[in-house]
Design a protein around this ligand. Sequence first.
Ligand code: NAD
Length: 462
Amino acid sequence: MQKDEILPLLALLRESFERGLTRDHSWRRSRLQALEAFLVEREEEIATAVHDDFRKSRAETFLTETGYLRSEIRFALKHLGSWMKPRRVSIPLIYQPGDGWYASEPYGVVLIIGAWNYPLQLCLAPLISAIAAGNCAVVKPSEQAPHTSALLAEGLSHYLDRNAIAVIEGGVDVSRTLLEERFDYIFFTGSRATGCEVMHAAARHLTPLTLELGGKCPCIVDLEGDVRVAARRIVWAKFLNGGQTCVAPDYVLVHRKREQELIGYMQQAITCFYGDDPRLSPDYPRIVNDHNFMRLEGILADSSFRKGGKTDPGERYIAPTILHDVTLDSVIMQSEIFGPLLPVIAYEDLDEVFDTLRKGNEPLALYLFSSDRNVQERVVRQTRSGGVCINDLLFHAAIHSLPFGGLGSSGFGAYHGRAGFETFSFQRSVLRRSLCPDPDLRYPPYGKKKLSILKRLVTLFH
Ligand code: NAD
């Protein structure tokens, strides 16, 4: 879409917001219900589009896209009334008579830029929050998932209010054109490098924003606990979506005494989930584009692996692969992997792990497998990350009442459930006072006596 088509669209959304179209509880409710209808009625088409983009299975699409979004909508519908309620506050005696409250108000016209790896969820989960908070929204899906992007644009135009919600398709050029305009909030999901550009563009208009970025999420497997279960869960979380998940375990740090056992169970789990030849498994996705395929092949060429390692450029297939002989200086440990390669590094004691993690950037998620409560507490206390999940992976991002977001280089701001509603709202405070009494005390001239009374009043009654 060109600039001369984008500008009238933005003007239409702004006009809708200014005349209050999106503010009422009933509008927000009905639009959320319409979004749910889209997900239910078009479920088959959605599954096909996502499959066409990177061969993701129908079951995975239900679990991580449509199913998740439907429950996020139901959660928002259930709590919307209470989220929207103004909150009364108590007023100090010195300001009586009067009453005060604050309420969540929509920002206005917001921009949501999505990444390709969960092409529906990363556009629609923020949209659910934006609608719940009463905003108009422009959604820019990723051009790297073109089938899903086209379906979103066509589908949502039938289900949602075109005066309030627009899907604008396109690549970097469209994204940049949009960012030249003033939005009231920007919600971006994607890489760190693009996040920097988006923040720069937002600064020109002083637009507040959320950045949902990636990074290297560590998974620690300590001494105590069932290593077989840990292995199955790690393999599931890593190779879901072909390893192209922002909260996938990027690498495993395992206690040296459990290393061989863990690797053995992980090898078993890969065969059990995807068969002897994962290329034939209907549940195993492909790499999204040639650029990422070649990047991952380059890392593989540089590594020694225990399991996997097979590739097929024609299909952009990379087998689920466990890498060993990896050190913290290896090429694979220098940036987010974002593919089905899992390095395993052994450690002797937890302090070594803390040192390693302190040297890196703050990850979006941190995982720990240990049944020892002391170890669990130490890890939570002595590390930093956007979120933590103990004895499992990914699910902390699926619980609607847990805010989801990054820290430092993995981004800032949070969403899901109430956190999403608050992200797309600002808190507007209101103080209402009575016109009487109107004592002279607050007005000049302030002599010594007045000042001393004021001091006493402020200290006693504030
Ligand atoms: P990307 O940054 O290349 O693209 C994301 C979006 O930004 C796309 O819509 C794209 O069109 C747009 N874009 C790209 N370059 C741009 C530019 N220069 N200016 C303005 N817009 C631009 O990211 P990607 O490859 O789609 O996604 C992968 C990254 O996203 C990984 O790092 C991953 O960890 C991260 N991610 C984070 C989360 C999260 O929730 N924190 C979720 C999914 C993915």
